[in-house]
Design a binder for this molecule. Structure first.
Ligand SMILES: [Zn+2]
Length: 832
């Protein structure tokens, strides 16, 4: 109270004499040098020390006109008679200095030839007004309004290709209305130039511009470098460091765009179309003569285990939860943590294992939650956090994994159905999760109203009805059902489904497989359990052990056909329509829809237990390791079940789509292809990757190929893998250099353009077919099937084409009726 009322003498009289001088100068510094004018202190608990001292914890919040300082303080004190005497005050954690940014700020000026540059981008205004922020000694933000122009030209070829497809030129150039810029003082000093121009505007039009500037600021401020102060709700900003830059631009005709340069990110440059919510570019700039090595900042902590108690009322969408996080510090002096949480969930309280309440801030746009610890944690220590939160959430229907475009509208009679199931999965962000995907174990206690069932990743270890309340807080839950799930095997996220479910059969020989349907389910069961077991065993034989203890299948109605694959779970969404039993609908418009084969979704989703959960991707670019491998596995299963003819039909379908869409970008653009459109993403990341894997199998031979896949799976189990890791595993198994193959098929969007020349030469009793393959563009590497149809039967050859011109001599006897090159188009390309 003495400090809050700024009665320093009163506070110092409560300190031991030895520290009074230093305390006076340290505390004065906040007010005199940092120009703070108020202090609020929040008591967060205390601990008893061994030497009779006590240690109290406070969150200290200083505010000035332009800035704010947030710190965590520890006060060691003893009680002497009536009074407490402070022996020591330490600052255990402090945020970088925070600012209260305002616009219009300290004024504006009219200028000509304004030029602002950053890597690969230039913004210029022939004439305009520059508005400055309100910070007296710092430049951190600017707004320029006028006749502007932006030119953004990536120094990376693939990225220029992406712009070419979008804007018909390999760069982005548009007239601008305004730009809102965030950068460091040094950035503005070095990268901004302009000439003063005469003040000609009338007063009236200036008023308008000031309002406009205020609204430009409000529109863009929260998008970068800001955190929401949990004590006051105010948005505060920190300063961009070194070269960090954000440009928010409004073009005259094409809407809003954002350019970000961040030297601390794996890919430093990104470019977004905000109006259409599309990420257009993301890359590291190519600099002359040097390849920059990205060093990931050591992650400060590891999340090892969760204990979550969650109460969910489906009718109103109300959720209340307490999550206990078991963490381990990975670096010295950890003082804060960054987590992810749905911004619609309100945090009620965060405490550490000693019951001390902790300060936090949020970045709602990026869904980040920052927690500041009461004391620094040294390296390799276990520590805990408890986060209490609540809110109203009706989980968004997550985007279906396989995503066919067929919906209920284009088919027959909709049988009445009630959407009475709620899937909480990764995209719901329903618990405080690590920012980057990591593996952990968990225990989840779910409380739902009577009549609802829960299924979740992990094993159901307890289920009961709450007949009496064990404590007062459970009173409102009387009569509810409780489900406790546990997973000792690592998962990368936790999912559960609440619904009115019927429990079906259960298979217990081998991996346990359980089956549930929603209560409105009318379709016959169609042997789904037996099928699931066949698929699971087929994959185990090819790739290695199923990663979890059990698999739970749920079938329900949904307005899209498709599936989801959380760890240990498969949710199959069926259309709520009845159709004639023999009527088969295939959607020719979807590149991935193989629902002609009934097992397609099931086989694809089960494959994700290996590809996606057993191991996962290192970056968005490696997404084919999840989707491409799942699609490949599915086709292997369908081939095993239905035979060669069906296999060839599937490959032809994939190949047709790949030839149509491959030009849009290489496989390693990963998830970004979905920003172009869904079909391209599915065609390239699912199907082209599957074709490339079949070609690789041909190139290496079945045995070596699957040995490489098994080694890869084993070596990266419950870890992140990248494309290069996959290549190295197969190179190790085969002893072959596969760089060229991967460059051609994964890193490039090109497809083979080949001219085929045939010549028959008679030598005695036998004849030879001389085949020459001439690649019309930069030569690619691929295995190629050739089938000779002769009087005496079919002769099949597997040839390797690896140079601009390659010839093969193939022997045969009798007369040659036909030559089939690339018979079922496994190599997506043009052969003439
Ligand atoms: Zn998938």
């Amino acid at each position: 109270m003495a400090l809050e009322s700024r009665n320093l003498d009163d506070y110092l009289s409560r300190c031991s004499p030895e520290i009074r001088d230093i305390e006076r100068s340290l505390l004065n510094r906040y007010f005199e040098i940092n120009q703070m004018n108020s202090l609020m202190l929040f008591y967060a608990g205390e601990s008893q020390e061994t030497n009779g001292q006590k240690r109290a914890f406070f969150q200290a919040f200083f505010q000035g006109e332009y800035a704010a300082i947030i710190e965590v303080w520890q006060l060691n004190y003893v009680v002497a008679g009536e009074r407490a005497v402070v022996l020591k005050r330490t600052v255990s954690s402090s945020l970088p200095e925070l600012y209260r940014l305002r616009f219009p700020g300290l004024g504006s000026l009219r200028a000509r030839n304004i030029r602002l540059t950053q890597k690969d981008i230039e913004v210029s205004f022939s004439e305009g007004e520059i508005f400055f922020d309100n910070l007296p000694d710092q430049d951190t933000a600017l707004i320029i309004v006028g006749k502007g122009q932006v030119k953004f030209k990536p120094s990376d070829e693939v990225e220029r290709g992406q712009l070419q497809r979008r804007f018909k030129k390999p760069y982005f150039e548009e007239p601008l209305e305004y730009v809102y810029v965030r950068g460091s003082s040094d950035f503005f000093k070095n990268n901004l130039s302009y000439e003063f121009s005469e003040q000609t505007e009338s007063k009236g039009s200036q008023e308008v511009t000031h309002n406009q500037v205020y609204s430009i600021f409000s529109r863009n401020y929260s998008r970068s470098f800001t955190v929401e102060n949990s004590l006051t709700g105010e948005l505060l900003t920190f300063l961009p460091r070194s070269e960090e830059t954000v440009l928010e631009m409004k073009t005259l005709k094409k809407g809003e765009f954002t350019y970000v340069y961040s030297p601390f990110a794996e890919e430093e440059i990104s470019f977004f179309d905000r109006t259409r919510s599309k990420l257009l570019n993301s890359y590291s700039p190519q600099e002359e003569g040097q390849k920059r090595m990205f060093v990931r900042f050591g992650e400060k902590f590891e999340l090892k285990h969760y204990e979550i108690e969650l109460n969910y009322r489906p009718e109103g969408g109300q959720l209340a939860a307490a999550a206990r996080l078991h963490l381990r510090s990975l670096s010295e002096g950890v003082d804060s943590l960054q987590l992810r949480l749905n911004p619609d969930l309100q945090i009620h309280k965060i405490e550490d294992q000693m019951g001390r309440e902790l300060y936090h801030t949020r970045d709602r746009l990026r869904k980040y939650l920052y927690v500041y610890l009461a004391e620094r944690v040294s390296r390799d220590r276990n520590f805990q956090l408890r986060i209490f939160y609540r809110g109203k959430i009706v989980p968004q229907p997550p985007t279906s994994d396989v995503l066919p475009q067929r919906t209920a509208e284009d088919t027959r009679i909709i049988i009445s159905y009630v959407s009475n199931s709620f899937l909480f999965t990764q995209s719901t962000d329903w618990y405080p999760a690590p920012v980057r995907e990591k593996y952990f174990t968990f225990k989840l206690r779910l409380i739902v109203p009577d009549g609802y069932q829960c299924v979740a990743s992990g094993k159901l270890v307890e289920q009961y009805s709450l007949k009496e309340a064990s404590n007062l807080t459970e009173l409102e839950n009387l009569g509810s059902s409780v489900f406790v799930f546990e997973n000792q095997i690592p998962v990368k996220y936790i999912s559960f489904l609440v619904g009115k479910l019927n429990r079906g059969r259960k298979l217990t020989n081998g991996v346990t497989i359980e089956h549930y349907t929603t209560q409105d389910w009318r379709h016959p069961e169609k042997q789904v359990l037996t099928e699931a077991r066949n698929i699971l065993e087929f994959y185990q034989g090819l790739f290695g052990q199923f990663p979890y203890e059990q698999l739970t299948l749920v079938q329900r109605y949904w307005l899209n056909y498709g599936g989801h694959a959380p760890p240990g779970l498969v949710i199959l969404d069926n259309l709520p329509v009845s159709r004639e039993p023999d009527l088969i609908i295939i959607n020719p418009k979807s590149p991935v829809d193989l629902s002609y084969w009934n097992e397609y979704y099931l086989a694809h989703e089960i494959a994700h237990q290996w590809w996606g959960h057993g191991l996962t991707r290192g970056s968005y670019r490696d997404n084919w390791l999840i989707e491409g491998l799942a699609q490949f596995s599915t086709v292997l299963y369908l081939k095993d079940k239905y035979g060669q003819k069906d296999f060839e039909n599937i490959i032809k379908k994939f190949s047709t789509w790949v030839r149509k869409k491959s030009y849009l970008g290489p496989i390693i653009l990963g998830v970004r292809l979905s920003h172009i459109n869904l079909e391209s993403y599915q065609t390239i990341v699912y199907n082209k990757a599957a074709l490339a894997l079949f070609m690789l199998k041909d190139l290496l031979g079945e045995e070596i190929f699957f040995q490489g896949i098994r080694d890869f799976y084993q070596d990266y189990k419950f870890k992140e893998a990248r494309t290069v890791d996959f290549r190295l595993s197969l190179e190790k198994a085969s002893g072959k250099d596969l760089k060229k193959f991967f460059q051609d098929w994964f890193y490039s969007e090109r497809l083979p353009e080949v001219r085929v020349e045939k010549r028959v030469v008679q030598t005695g009793a036998s004849s030879q077919l001389i085949l020459t393959f001439k690649q019309l563009q930069k030569p690619m590497l691929f295995p190629l099937r050739v089938v000779l149809e002769t009087e005496s039967g079919l002769i099949s050859h597997l040839l390797i084409v690896d140079s601009a011109s390659k010839s093969y001599e193939l022997e045969f006897t009798g007369s040659l009726k036909k030559v089939k090159i690339n018979p079922y188009r496994l190599v997506p390309g043009n052969f003439k």
